[in-house]
Design a protein around this ligand. Structure first.
Ligand code: SPV
Ligand code: MG
Length: 435
């Protein structure tokens, strides 16, 4: 009997294919038939940023590369499931995973392979592929409006929870873009920006009552878009007039915005966190549903999300009213529901989630934990929330810091005393790179 060809398992993201990948494949082919374990979006999202292109496109690309016999989905970062099923004779992976966040994964692969005497082969990682120039190109690519718009939806369907932080100018946008920390050996970062009516207005010295009009809001938003690549969620208050919505949607899509959040209130806008909501009215659910439909019909991209924000709890209307509205808004085509609350605990939004999850019209839920800031993301996840918006923290952090510095200068009649508490001049002038 002819010897059966050996199976070589090669894990890959196959996002931007470069010569490093081709080296690995060339190496793998020497040992037998190459089966690619292609990471799904959610497998990648467990540890790092989403791939630039979706699974289907990556599948088509890698499937057509010479020497690849088969492509299977690897839907977790952990290899055990696929390895136990395929029982490859070899796994081929670049030697760059011996250190860093993948070290444990590697050890587990070796242990699993041992069960059937499989071997791990680790070709030398190809250095000098000018990762920085690739990175620059990538950022340029993601920030094209048509690529950016769809990324929020992809994130929602790939991650346990999508984490959004308020951004009121380009500098805060850059913080969201670039900041990450390592927590439990995973890279943790914000997934996108929230263009908040509250912080946008406050930054311009105006109250949060729609006195800053949409064209002014979109001008600031464009500035943020110029220097970032992550998705942006736009706070549209109640969206304005039904007839004007298509124009707003067109402008937002043109900037690359991924979602509009529209609240079901009418009359002069008042921020929902004010204690006194006297005079504030909620729209009739059927009328508000028309606005949702209007957005659905006027958007260019199906990936541009319309998120309906329910204000029943803010106005003391209770659970039943909120649930009734959620059904109507979901039927009208909303992609997600923001259930807003100004309680100190998340109890009321969790009771809403518990009931709404039973509905056949259930859609992903969004939380804005400003007053109930004690809630952990892991509890939001458990309760069915897919998006968390930290709606105002960067401005709230900046304002007291600036006041403190200003006071110190007044008090001392010079700036020396504040020098140690603020960013050194050398750092601020080099903060934004010019190359
Ligand atoms: C905002 O950030 O402007 C919001 C959230 O709409 S809230 O301030 O809670 O109304
Ligand atoms: Mg607002």
């Amino acid at each position: 009997m002819k010897n059966k060809k050996k199976i070589v398992y090669v894990p890959m993201g196959a996002d931007i294919i470069h010569s490093g990948h081709l080296n690995i494949l060339k190496h793998a082919q020497k040992y037998g038939e190459v089966v690619i374990g292609l990471f799904t979006d959610s497998a990648v999202a467990e540890y790092k940023r989403l791939p630039l292109i979706g699974y289907k496109q990556r599948y088509d690309i890698i499937k057509n590369i010479r020497g690849v016999s088969k492509v299977v989905a690897q839907d977790t970062w952990d290899y055990s499931k696929n390895l136990n099923k395929i029982k490859p004779d070899f796994v081929v992976h670049g030697d760059d995973w011996k250190k860093g966040i993948q070290k444990k994964t590697r050890e587990k692969v070796i242990k699993t392979l041992r069960k059937w005497s499989g071997k791990l082969i680790e070709p030398k990682y190809t250095k000098n592929i000018s990762s920085s120039s690739i990175k620059n190109k990538i950022n340029e690519f993601i920030s094209y409006p048509e690529n950016r718009v769809s990324r929020l939806k992809r994130l929602i369907y790939s991650k346990d929870i999508v984490r959004i932080l308020e951004s009121h100018n380009s500098l805060t946008g850059l913080i969201i873009e670039n900041l990450n920390i390592t927590k439990y050996k995973k890279i943790v970062e914000f997934d996108g920006m929230w263009s908040s009516s509250l912080t946008d207005s406050a930054t311009k010295g105006k109250p949060d009552n729609s006195s800053v009009d949409f064209s002014s809001r979109i001008t600031s938003l464009n500035e943020m878009m110029d220097v970032t690549s992550k998705p942006l969620v736009f706070d549209a208050d109640n969206g304005g007039q039904l007839e004007h919505l298509p124009f707003l949607v067109r402008s937002l899509e043109r900037t690359g915005t991924s979602a509009i959040i529209m609240e079901d209130k009418i009359g002069l806008k008042k921020n929902s966190l004010f204690k006194n909501q006297k005079g504030t009215k909620q729209d009739k659910p059927k009328i508000f549903a028309k606005k949702i439909k209007q957005i659905c019909n006027s958007r260019q991209s199906k990936d541009f999300m319309v998120i309906a924000r329910i204000e029943s709890f803010i106005l003391g209307k209770g659970l039943k009213d909120a649930l009734k509205r959620a059904e109507i808004y979901s039927n009208a085509g909303a992609d997600a529901i923001l259930i807003h609350s100004k309680e100190k605990t998340p109890n009321e939004i969790f009771s809403f989630a518990k009931e709404f999850r039973k509905s056949k019209n259930f859609i992903p839920l969004v939380s804005v934990p400003s007053t109930y800031s004690g809630v952990y993301e892991k509890d939001l996840i458990k309760n069915g929330f897919k998006l968390v918006i930290y709606a105002n923290q960067l401005l709230r952090a900046a304002y007291p810091a600036m006041q403190y510095a200003a006071k110190k200068i007044l008090k001392n009649g010079r700036a020396f005393e504040i020098d140690k508490k603020i960013i050194p001049i050398n750092e601020i002038i080099n903060l934004i790179k010019n190359d």
